[in-house]
Each structure stands twice: as structure tokens, then as C-alpha cells.
Design a protein around this ligand. Structure first.
Ligand code: IMP
Length: 443
């Protein structure tokens, strides 16, 4: 298998962390290329659960070098906390973590701005962000004059003076726009920057050249997309999206590696759909069935703890995401969650008034008018959690997987039947990459 990307086909939380974690032992590098601490990967190793936000899930494997690429917006204090959390549990990434000198820093004023702007937005306009400062940091990156990059921690002798100026500009802007400064504390921001420099300086490097050399030397790279294609800044359900390029198309931008080298593009999707935050959700179930999926699937956010909105698998949205991504394989997670439903729904089209469409409308009002066309397939009652071979799944579960494949247009190569690493069914060529799941162990 060549260089590979694992990414989300939905609105995030698809279970990418588990897929990355399974594949990691076969790769020399694991690379984050977009987003920041808005992402949340839960990886279960044995009885232990690891919730990672900024660190690539590959950090749990000592064979892999973990890279945070130029396109990631990094909250250095959250990153230090995450590193300390791993060290407490016996995993010290040390120099295996490489942070791009081109990556931008999320500082406390970005998080304040995220909160103030959400609070000030009228209802219906609130994006429901994770409040991790993602949008404001990417906005500063585009604005350029008020951006801070990791390279500045190394080379900019007047960085602390510049930080003070930026904070004062932000204070003026917050007061003008929101009537308050959000308790902005310049000394605290400076202290965070000093702490980031002291702790992370040895991890900062030119990750772009590092990855170019890796490609030339025939080493293997696993790119780990954060969030999900339907949250993509250009192609998602705008404006209810995140601020980065979330699919394999983001690799060029966010890692500095040409996406054409990435030959395997594995999109993670749940066997049903979920969304956190506001925005259109065409196959949402605002009823007891949606509640039942939420409880059965433990659908509460890793990053914010918010209950996730739940609905049937949306094959229209998923096929759209698949086409954007050049999908080669589907990783279908949480199939076990659907056990016990008499019938299982799949959204196969959108009805708007008297029209039926099979594409994603660009405008929110059309998305909100969509009436989903749901095809029901017979369900299964068996518990799937101990099943390890596709042929051992109940016939109705196999038929469901086959229907997903035909609607999305790609093979389902990996199926999740429980949260643990071992609770996975691997099919086709992926079998050669994943190896013996029960033997794979954390660093
Ligand atoms: P932001 O990325 O914090 O600006 O949030 C923008 C939207 O994307 C909100 O609806 C968030 O809930 C959603 N979002 C961002 N990252 C993730 C993720 O990793 N999983 C699920 N939703 C996310």
C-alpha cells in the first residue's frame, strides 16, 4: 500500500482515530494536515481510552514519527497538556513529534474571539463551534499581519513585543464589536508563548522537507484528516463548517506534499449519520429512533461532550464526499450500534418540493427544505461485537453493507463492530496492511 489518507466522510466524529490507529504500525510517518484542537480522536487500547485532539493518533505507536503539518492550527498549551497526559500514562513521544515551523499558533485571544462572536450571533446564525479558536486563528493566518507561527518562536527576537501589540489590537476590536474585551490578559498570553517556546522548541522543524525526503526514500506516510469532508471550508455545508480543507485535497495545502502521491484514500463513515453543532442535517431523526442511536452509539462529543445529533446513513451526502475525495475504500464504523433495530434506514435522495435531487445543495435554505427519501432494509438482532469475519455477520447486516457500497460507489474494506482495536473486520487488500489486530500494541 502506498501513501494513504484516512479522513471523515461526514461532519466529523466518524471513528477515524480507530482506523488510523490500526493502520499506523505499517507506516513510518503519521501526519495531521488540517484543523486543530477541534478534532477529537478516541482510541481504545485494551481497557484504556485515549482522547487525542492535536496529536496524531499515530503517536501511540513508537514506530511512527508523528507530524503536525503547516496547515494545522495548534493551541500550544493544549498540546503540552496532551503530551503530559500521555507521559503520565507511560508514553513519551519525545523527538518522535515534529511540529511544522509553518504551523500557526492558536492563542487565548482566538478562543475568546470564538466565544464572543458565537455569543453575539443571533440565533440561527450561531455556528455552534467547538470554541477552540479555530476560525479566528485561520482568519488571522489569512490576514497575515496578526498571525503567529511556530517559526517565530525560534527566529523572531521581537516576538513578545509583537504579541503585546496584537493583544492590544484584539482588545480594541473586541470592545468595538462586542462591547467587552473578554478578560483578555496580555501577561497570560505572553506567558503562554514563553511556555510554548521553552517546551516545544526542540520539536519544531521543517516538516515539509522531512516529508519530501520520506517520499523520495520510499518511506510510507499516513495522512490523518481531521473533522470531515462535509465540514470542509469550500465544499461543506457552508457556513456551518470548519475553517480548513478536511479531505485528501487538503494534503497539498496542509502538509506540503502533492496529493497525487497518496494512492489510498480511506473515508471513515458511521453506519448511521451524526453531527454536532448547528447546520443542515438532511437525514436527522428528531425522534425516539434518533435518541436510541445516540444512546446505543454513546454519541457525545470527545472534544466538547455535547450530545450529537443522530440520523440514518445519508448516502447522498456520503457519495458527494466520496467524489470530492477520490475515495478508494470505505471504513464503516459502528455497525454494531444498529443491532436490534427492526429495520435500518438509508437516505437515497433528497426531495425539495416536487423535485428529487441526488446532489448537495449549496445554499442552506435548500438543505433545510430537504425531505429525505429513506429506503428501509431489514435489520438484525444479533450482537456483532465478537464477530471478526465478514461472512460471519448476519445476512441482513451483510446486505446493508452491500447497499452502502453500491450507493456510495466504493468497497467497504473495514467494518467496526465495537470500540476496541480488536473489534474490527478487515477485508480485501487492507488485510495485508492491518495484519493481526489482536497483536498490535501501543507504544
Ligand atoms: P470549529 O471547527 O470549532 O470552528 O467548529 C465549526 C463546526 O464544525 C461546528 O459545528 C463544530 O461542531 C464542527 N466541528 C469541528 N470539528 C469537528 C470534529 O472533529 N467533529 C465534529 N464536529 C466538528
Amino acid at each position: 500500500m502506498g501513501h494513504t489518507c484516512v479522513f471523515g466522510l461526514g461532519w466529523g466524529d466518524e471513528g477515524k482515530g480507530k482506523v488510523v490507529d490500526l493502520l499506523c504500525p505499517a507506516f513510518d510517518y503519521v501526519v495531521r494536515f488540517n484543523g486543530g484542537a477541534n478534532a477529537g480522536h478516541t482510541v481504545c487500547v485494551g481497557e484504556e481510552r485515549f482522547a487525542l485532539h492535536l496529536l496524531p493518533a499515530g503517536i501511540l505507536h513508537e514506530s511512527a514519527t508523528a507530524v503536525i503539518g503547516p496547515g494545522v492550527v495548534v493551541d500550544p498549551i493544549k498540546l503540552i497538556e496532551e503530551l503530559d497526559g500521555l507521559i503520565e500514562r507511560g508514553i513519551d513521544p519525545g523527538s518522535r513529534l515534529k511540529i511544522s515551523e509553518r504551523a500557526h499558533l492558536v492563542l487565548s485571544y482566538h478562543k475568546i474571539e470564538d466565544q464572543l462572536s458565537e455569543q453575539a450571533a443571533s440565533s440561527g446564525k450561531k455556528i455552534g463551534t467547538t470554541a477552540r479558536g479555530i476560525g479566528p486563528c485561520y482568519a488571522d493566518k489569512m490576514r497575515r499581519s496578526s498571525a503567529v507561527r511556530f517559526v517565530d518562536l525560534v527566529h523572531d527576537a521581537s516576538l513578545l513585543d509583537r504579541i503585546e501589540q496584537i493583544v492590544e489590537q484584539k482588545r480594541k476590536m473586541f470592545i468595538a464589536l462586542y462591547g467587552e474585551d473578554g478578560e483578555l490578559d496580555v501577561e497570560a498570553v505572553v506567558a503562554d508563548v514563553v511556555r510554548a517556546k521553552n517546551r516545544l522548541v526542540s520539536n519544531i522543524c521543517d516538516t515539509t522537507s522531512l516529508l519530501h525526503r520520506a517520499v523520495e526514500d520510499g518511506q510510507s506516510i499516513l495522512f490523518e484528516g481531521a473533522n470531515g469532508v462535509l465540514l470542509d471550508i469550500d465544499h461543506g455545508t457552508y457556513p456551518f463548517v470548519t475553517s480548513s480543507s478536511t479531505g485528501p485535497h487538503g494534503i497539498g495545502v496542509g502538509a506540503g506534499v502533492s496529493p497525487h502521491v497518496v494512492t489510498t484514500r480511506i473515508g471513515a463513515a458511521k453506519a448511521y449519520s451524526t453531527r454536532v453543532g448547528a447546520g443542515p442535517f438532511m437525514s436527522e431523526l428528531n425522534d425516539a429512533t434518533g435518541d436510541r442511536i445516540r444512546i446505543a452509539g454513546h454519541e457525545f462529543g470527545t472534544t466538547t461532550g455535547r450530545p450529537r445529533r443522530c440520523g440514518w446513513f445519508d448516502a447522498v451526502a456520503c457519495r458527494y464526499a466520496a467524489k470530492l475525495a477520490g475515495l478508494t475504500d470505505i471504513a464503516l464504523l459502528h455497525l454494531d450500534t444498529l443491532s436490534g433495530f427492526e429495520e435500518v434506514g438509508v437516505c437515497t435522495g433528497y426531495r425539495i418540493g416536487d423535485r428529487t435531487i441526488h446532489t448537495m445543495p449549496a445554499d442552506i435554505s435548500s438543505c433545510e427544505q430537504v425531505e429525505p427519501i429513506i429506503e428501509f432494509l431489514p435489520g438484525w438482532s444479533e450482537d456483532l461485537q465478537e464477530i471478526r469475519a465478514f461472512d460471519d455477520l448476519p445476512q441482513n447486516a451483510r446486505d446493508y453493507v452491500a447497499r452502502v457500497e453500491s450507493l456510495v460507489g466504493s468497497p467497504v474494506s473495514l467494518i467496526g463492530v465495537g470500540p476496541k482495536r480488536s473489534q474490527t473486520i478487515v477485508r480485501g487488500d487492507l488485510k495485508n496492511v492491518v495484519g493481526d489486530i489482536s497483536m498490535s500494541a501501543p507504544a
